[in-house]
Each structure stands twice: as structure tokens, then as C-alpha cells.
Design a protein around this ligand. Structure first.
Ligand code: PLP
Length: 362
């Protein structure tokens, strides 16, 4: 089976972890600080603050902006569940708006229409590694004085008009094992605002400024040096791995015929966390099989796949209790049409050709 994702752990990662073990300094320390410096450099931000996961990065970023009970945050339903859950953790309400049918990212025109007197922030998700339409979102944010919290979990190093993800608003990244840059588990917040960075540092460590004196209710969301050591070694691979992902995506897009290949918005540097195609409902009806059957056929032929995501966030029962029984037609349709193919940097030319051969049999 050609897996949909394959973390790469080389001798650099192993040596770095052994060095931390031998140092005896396992918890958050210098290695985490070094990873933060490297991450801020990659994103083009003044500050980066490491946390335990992408989920805690989002949670802390929202809290650092003072978002809580009574507030509304506008976001996309077509995302991993951690994006809207992080809003719920703060006591605020997620307000879901529909997506663009071509990029699958949040539709800025819908965001503009959803703003109320309670809206405090927009939480766009740079899905699959392609950035949202940041000019349009920034215009809405500026008009209403809203914060932008970018869910850049899938988009490390992606760019919009040459500017990197996480540097438009406050960025939240995941370093989970299958993400483009990984540390096993881990998260990162990026910002250019000193005050936000300082609040994030406090929130991830019990609200503690001076030992055993607490400024606020805080958490233990500290990354360990062991995880940071893996992340640092992976940072050295980002450029090569991203280039390989781009080459793999280009090969797939020029050779796949029976599915709709990924569409890029203008001025986007995609980092291809996922390579996601569509078998539209019309194509499914015409061919007499649905997306799940297509995926089962590929799996039987040794091609790993993923469905990101089969159910839009607003359709889960617990979420409907909060947002009601709303209808977002584009997200609901696309959720039945998409599937992702392997695009990771460890694919061989033979793997790519096998993927093309099997998909083209659909
Ligand atoms: C992975 C991911 C997260 C959460 O990251 P974790 O590190 O798994 O907590 C959040 N949002 C999106 C879009 C993701 O892909």
C-alpha cells in the first residue's frame, strides 16, 4: 500500500533526540526556544511560541486575543474539528459560513455577511496547504476591527502574494506526526505583536510570570525539548520536502484525467499538505458509483487515500446544539466529492505512476 502520509525520521532526528536525553533537560528549555526562533524565521514573524499541539495553539491564540463567552468567531465548516472546537473551548460561539467551490477555503463574501455586533475574530483555515484570500479577509477584519487567527496547521511555509502563512494575523500551526513539519506532537503560534506573544507565553505555562506567582488562569501546554529536537531536525528538511511535494502535485495534476484536480487561487504558493481531487456528484451519477466506492477501489489497488473531511463541522450533533440546523450547500456537497491522494515527499516515480494508472481507471 502506498500510504497517504509517511513521516520521515532520519539520523538527524535520532541524534537530536539522543542529545536531549543525554543532556537530562527533557522539559521545555533551550531546544524549544531554538525551534521557536527557526519557526518565526520561516514564517517571517517576530515571535513564535511553541505549544503541545495545533489544537492548544489555536486555543491559546484565541484566549490571547481576549476571546471568550458572548463572542462570535467566524470560521469554515470544512476543516478538522479542532478549528471550531478551539472556539468552543474559550466559551465563544463558532459562526460557520460557506466555502469557495474551487479552493475549498472560506468565502470572504460570506464572512462579510456574517459579521454581527458580537463578532470578535475571523478564523480562516488554509486548507490542504493553500492559503485563503487574505486581502479580502483582511478588508473585512479592518472594516469591523476583528482579529484574524489563521489556522495554518496544514500550511507551514505557504504564501499569499509572497507573504507566508501565520504572518497576516496570529498564526496557529500543528507539528503532529503527519504534518509537513512535525515533532510527533506539537504546536506553534506566530505573531508580530509583542503583547500577544507575551500572553501566549503566560497562557501555556499556568499564567506564571515569576515562579509561583500567577497573572491569570493558565494551562500546561508546554512543548518538551524531546519533541522540539525532532521539530528542529525537520525544519532543515522543509525546503527539500516542500519542493518534492510541489513536483509530485504537478505530476499528478498533469496526468490525472477522470477527476477534478486541485484549483489554485491567484498568487498562492501551495505547500501540498494534501493533494485533494473531486469526483463530483454529477460524475458519480453518470458513472454509477460514488466517492466511497472510488476510494475503496483505489485502496484495493494499493493506493492509500484520505477523506478530509466527510462531514462538515456544522453537521455533527453536538455542534448542531450550538449553531442550529444550518445549511451550507457548497461545504455539504464538496464533503461528498473530495478524496486525497498520496503527495508526500517519500513517493517514488513508480509510486506516482501507479497512483495515476489506478485513478485513471475510475
Ligand atoms: C492538524 C490540524 C489541527 C490540529 O492540530 P493537532 O496538532 O492535531 O492538535 C487543527 N486544524 C487543522 C486544519 C489541522 O489539520
Amino acid at each position: 500500500m502506498i500510504p497517504i502520509a509517511k513521516p520521515f525520521i532520519g539520523s538527524e532526528e535520532k541524534t537530536a533526540v539522543m542529545a536531549v536525553l543525554e543532556s537530562g533537560m527533557l522539559a521545555q528549555g533551550q531546544v524549544v526556544a531554538d525551534l521557536e526562533t527557526r519557526f518565526a524565521e520561516l514564517c517571517g514573524t517576530k515571535y513564535a511560541i511553541a505549544t503541545t499541539s495545533g489544537t492548544t495553539a489555536l486555543h491559546v491564540a484565541l484566549l490571547a486575543h481576549g476571546i471568550g463567552s458572548g463572542d462570535e468567531v467566524i470560521t469554515t465548516p470544512f476543516t478538522f474539528i479542532a478549528s471550531p472546537n478551539s472556539i468552543l473551548f474559550t466559551g465563544a460561539k463558532p459562526v460557520f459560513v460557506d466555502i469557495e467551490p474551487d479552493t475549498f477555503n472560506i468565502d470572504p463574501a460570506q464572512v462579510a455577511r456574517a459579521v454581527t455586533s458580537r463578532t470578535r475574530a475571523i478564523l480562516p483555515v488554509h486548507l490542504y496547504g493553500q492559503m485563503c484570500d487574505m486581502d479580502a479577509l483582511q478588508a473585512v477584519a479592518d472594516r469591523h476591527g476583528l482579529a484574524i487567527i489563521e489556522d495554518a496547521a496544514q500550511a507551514v511555509g505557504a504564501a499569499y502574494r509572497g507573504q507566508r502563512a501565520g504572518s497576516f494575523g496570529t498564526g496557529a500551526f500543528s507539528l503532529y506526526a503527519t504534518k509537513n513539519v512535525m515533532s510527533g506532537e506539537g504546536g506553534m503560534i506566530t505573531t508580530n505583536e509583542e503583547a500577544i506573544a507575551e500572553r501566549c507565553r503566560l497562557l501555556r505555562n499556568h499564567g506564571m510570570r515569576r515562579r509561583y506567582y500567577y497573572d491569570m488562569l493558565g494551562y500546561n501546554f508546554r512543548m518538551s525539548n524531546l519533541h522540539a529536537a525532532i521539530g528542529l531536525a525537520q525544519m532543515d528538511r522543509w525546503a527539500d520536502f516542500t519542493q518534492k511535494r510541489r513536483a509530485n502535485a504537478a505530476f499528478l495534476s498533469s496526468n490525472l484525467s477522470p477527476v477534478i484536480t486541485p484549483q489554485l487561487g491567484p498568487d498562492r504558493d501551495h505547500v501540498w499538505h494534501q493533494y485533494t481531487v473531486r469526483l463530483t456528484l454529477a460524475q458519480q451519477a453518470e458513472r454509477g458509483f460514488n466517492r466511497d466506492t472510488a476510494v475503496a477501489r483505489l485502496n484495493a489497488a494499493g493506493i492509500g487515500t484520505g477523506i478530509f473531511y466527510p462531514v462538515p463541522a456544522h453537521k455533527h450533533a453536538y455542534m448542531q446544539e450550538i449553531v442550529g440546523d444550518i445549511h451550507l450547500p457548497v461545504a455539504e456537497k464538496v464533503a461528498q466529492e473530495v478524496f486525497s491522494l498520496p503527495v508526500h515527499p517519500l513517493l517514488s516515480q513508480a509510486d506516482l505512476e501507479q497512483i495515476v494508472r489506478e485513478v485513471n481507471k475510475l
